[in-house]
Design a protein around this ligand. Structure first.
Ligand code: A3P
Length: 307
């Protein structure tokens, strides 16, 4: 069946999960709580990985919750119709996830932060636990690897158009004509928040290189102290292998008409640099030219910038 994307403010979204109404509601009316923690990504950047990490940290390293409860319930996709229901009935403090570009993120988030900023200034207060307001963890990944992962994901997920070819998908990705919009716009938009106390930026590549160190930094940001034993448990239970074996996060429980496991695997390869197995030299050069043009000075800020 042909897939018709939902469009909200010029950006396409997959139809099975989103409606214009649900996107408008989350954008304009969703009430952010000061203790909310948001997991934000462009698709295929490590969203479900960060869901596992955040829920393991929340449970002090105990894997019981991750093993018993679906990831979409532990950290709901609050922009989707079902996810919104879960988010609204979620006891505080909430863990929430989305792929929203910054301009479509709940406006109440920025309102609440502004209030906190003003209070901080007026009373000369130092930021301390509990006063920085809602937090955002933004994970980003080498866009060439995102593209490859997105290409395979689009083939197996019924809510996405099956790409005609890798070449065509590459063109669509570079022009931003894919669900959730342009990777370049998404990353540039969110990067404007860099340096603000309630934002934490991390790359998929950093998670790969040093998961333990990344978990430590996340705990600090989330103001959640975990001892070394608990951190070891987070690292072990958020490993690619452990996640592949956990039905609560490996997507195998999704029905075939949503995700066809015969057409691919959600936890596909879990490596950095798979783009080298897919891009021709000409495609890579064309990509680099557009990347340089779109990202300009931000280029070197990322682990893949120099390559
Ligand atoms: P690949 O398709 O390259 O394997 P998202 O959750 O944003 O949709 O991202 C999915 C990508 O993250 C997939 O990439 C998946 O394999 C990878 N991933 C998920 N969990 C991972 C883990 N624990 N370690 C490494 N990669 C992981």
């Amino acid at each position: 069946m042909a897939v018709e994307y939902v469009t909200y403010q010029g950006i396409k979204f997959p139809p099975a999960y989103n409606s214009e109404q649900s996107l408008r509601f989350t954008h304009k009316e969703f009430q952010v709580q000061d203790d909310d923690v948001f997991n934000v990504t462009y698709p295929k950047s490590g969203t479900v990985w960060m869901i596992e990490i955040l829920s393991l940290i929340r449970s002090g390293g105990d894997p019981a919750w991750n093993r018993a409860v679906l990831n979409s319930t532990r950290v709901p996709w609050f922009t989707t119709r079902l996810g919104l229901e879960s988010a609204l009935s979620y006891p505080r403090p909430r863990l929430l996830t989305c792929h929203l570009p910054v301009q479509l993120f709940p406006t109440s988030f920025f309102g609440s932060r502004a209030k906190v900023d003003q209070a901080g200034c007026a009373w000369g207060l130092q930021y301390r636990a509990g006063v920085t307001g809602a937090k955002v963890v933004y994970t980003l990944r080498n866009p060439k690897d995102v593209l490859v992962s997105y290409f395979y994901f689009s083939k197996m997920c019924s809510s996405y158009k099956d790409p005609e070819s890798f070449e065509q998908f590459l063109r669509d990705f570079l022009s931003g004509d894919v669900p959730h919009g342009s990777w370049f716009d998404h990353v540039r938009g969110w990067m404007e928040m860099k340096g603000k106390k309630n934002f934490f930026f991390i790359t998929y590549e950093e998670l790969q290189q040093d998961l333990r160190g990344s978990v430590r930094r996340l705990c600090q940001f989330l103001e959640q102290e975990l001892d070394e034993g608990a951190i070891t448990s987070v690292v072990e239970n958020a490993s690619f292998r452990a996640m592949q074996e956990n039905k609560m996060c490996n997507s195998t429980l999704l029905p075939k008409d949503i995700m066809d496991q015969e057409k691919g695997t959600f936890l596909r390869k879990g490596i950095c640099g798979d783009w080298k197995n897919h891009f021709t030299v000409a495609q890579s050069e064309a990509f680099d030219t557009i990347y340089q043009d779109q990202m300009g000075g931000l280029m070197e800020a990322f682990p893949w910038g120099a390559h």
